[in-house]
Design a protein around this ligand. Sequence first.
Ligand SMILES: C[S@@+](CC[C@H](N)C(=O)[O-])C[C@H]1O[C@@H](n2cnc3c(N)ncnc32)[C@H](O)[C@@H]1O
Length: 312
Amino acid sequence: MKKWKQKAIVQKIISYLPLSHKINYIFQKYVTKGVTLSDEYLFDRLGHARDHIKGYQKYSKKAIPAICLEIGTGWYPIVPISFFLVGADRIYSVDISLLTSKERLHTTLQKFVECEKLNQFKQYIDYLPNRYGIILNLLANYSSFSLDEVLQKLNITYLIEDSRKLSLPDNSIDLVNSNNTFEHIYPNILIPILKEFRRIVKKQDGVMSHFIDMSDHFAHFDNSINIYNFLQFSDKQWKWIDNSIQPQSRMRIYDYKQIYNDLNIPISEEIFRVGNLNELKEIRLAEKFANKPIEEIAKSHCHFISNMKAIV
Ligand SMILES: C[S@@+](CC[C@H](N)C(=O)[O-])C[C@H]1O[C@@H](n2cnc3c(N)ncnc32)[C@H](O)[C@@H]1O
């Protein structure tokens, strides 16, 4: 049996167990080796942080977003720490469960320092030396701080709550962002979340910036399949394969654009990867994908920036 199918079966079983996220972490750490903080992962997310800030500067005409909100913290909060380093006053990060830990935060901070020492950092983030100093001080006495104290020193507030109903006031956030998270949220949840973002983002000069990875995530783990493999299944079949720990909605770029359009959220800039038509042609597409333009189906990653000033 192919590796991705074995992983799908194990994750499906885990998803029915209590503490499923913890068990999944252990499974991914020791079996699939999918949770290591690799250089590739770090640089990818640093690139996201850089592009969020650039988008913010372009549309708000301000240098630094004072108040930021990220949805989907995950295991390693690279983007929130990057916002701290450039000078943000408050960074909220929302998740449905607390996946990070004091140990994983330590790993992340150490990785930032390694990166800085190798001079690889400045090309992504124009960080403030005093903020970097705070990280060095934290690491020097790391064991004496609790997770809450570490987060407090980094101006980060974790919100473990339903993103459809956030405990934040209207017009209070300068930059709303997400990183490789929307693809895990089905439209019945994503639509109310985007409505909530529209409520909390500042309408005067706020910006939204979302990175979406539309590739089949099982292909990141099993190189015998390509990034379009999951498009061969009907919705009914996919329901059996997909799991609630790391769901994949399989939405394509046109689905997201339709939602933005329906909610009257502007897409001021749309950046995407064209994907690989040859690989896509290897897959016998399920009907719901087969009758769409092949170039649209092939797009594998996208980044939407919204100037919320343009909201009517
Ligand atoms: C693949 S991880 C991405 C983590 C991180 N942003 C990154 O760049 O690697 C997706 C995250 O989104 C979170 N998530 C999924 N649905 C969510 C929702 N409705 N509200 C908040 N977070 C959600 C998951 O718990 C998970 O931590």
